[in-house]
Design a protein around this ligand. Structure first.
Ligand SMILES: [Zn+2]
Ligand SMILES: [Zn+2]
Length: 269
């Protein structure tokens, strides 16, 4: 897989995205001179999981999956001489729903070229789930429920660790999505990493390396008004490079004009 690609792109099948067509995304990638892209639409959330966001639109509707696969397979064929297109998903790791997630992956694994495993949902001590990146107000509720900003960070990185260790079957995604997404509202809820937290992240990165995962180097955070930082943040990215974890660029585009935004090879080399 060439590094000159955008390996985290959403599509019109995203219920909270735009209606930009697959070919608009592909055209933008070609115009930028990228050689490969991955469409990584949010996989449907597990059966029985209640999406805590107000519009319950975090994942693709299950009845759209076949249409999504057909559409990506068709565009793959159309662009085959100009652009390598991977069919993929961004799969949510949700604590306690491993069986259902594995079932989804087993069902579609044969056609998946590339996939990302992300944490957007955090479970609190009562068993209730919260969406980490929905809004600064929702993040504020998380801080109240967990007791402090640091406790939210701790729970987030712990959930990522669980995602890395989880058994999701043979089609488990091999790339970890936006590993510092917890910083999305850091201008509203500032946090300075403690030594203990950096230690936790260092262990997590060592685990990621040992288990053979790669990292999504996601430029979306640079454009979030309350963040302004790459995911992973520069310190974590430097650590990941020192540990020689494979890195893949991703824009997390939810509209075609965002493909490849702020990409530089230096981010992953
Ligand atoms: Zn999305
Ligand atoms: Zn995501």
């Amino acid at each position: 897989m060439s590094n000159l690609g955008d390996f985290h792109i959403h599509t019109p099948f995203c219920p909270h995205g735009t209606t930009d067509s697959l070919s608009q995304y592909a055209e933008k990638a070609c115009a930028l001179g990228l050689t490969a892209i991955s469409f990584t639409e949010h996989a449907p959330l597990p059966n029985g999981f209640i999406d805590p966001t107000p519009d319950q639109d975090s994942g693709m509707s299950p009845d759209q999956v076949d249409a999504y696969i057909q559409a990506v397979q068709a565009i793959k064929e159309t662009y085959k001489n100009r652009l390598t297109i991977h069919l993929g998903f961004e799969v949510d790791y949700i604590e306690g729903f491993e069986e259902d997630i594995s079932h989804f992956l087993d069902t579609y694994g044969d056609v998946i070229d590339d996939a990302i495993l992300s944490v957007h949902m955090l479970k609190d001590h009562t068993g209730k789930f919260h969406c980490l990146d929905f809004s600064s107000e929702a993040f504020g509720e998380l801080v109240t429920v967990f007791g402090s900003v640091e406790a939210v960070y701790h729970a987030y990185f712990q959930t990522i660790e669980r995602s890395v260790c989880s058994d999701l079957g043979k089609f488990k995604p091999s790339r970890i999505g936006h590993i510092t997404l917890v910083e999305k509202f850091k201008k509203v809820y500032p946090y300075t990493y403690s030594q203990a937290m950096m230690q936790q992240i260092d262990c997590l990165l060592s685990l990621i390396k040992k288990e053979g995962y790669s990292l999504d180097v996601n430029t979306a955070g640079l454009f979030k008004p309350h963040c302004g930082t790459l995911y992973p943040n520069p310190t974590v990215l430097k650590l990941a490079k020192e540990k020689q974890i494979p890195l893949r660029l991703g824009s997390d585009a939810h509209q075609a004009s965002d493909v490849g935004r702020r990409f530089q090879l230096s981010l992953i080399e």
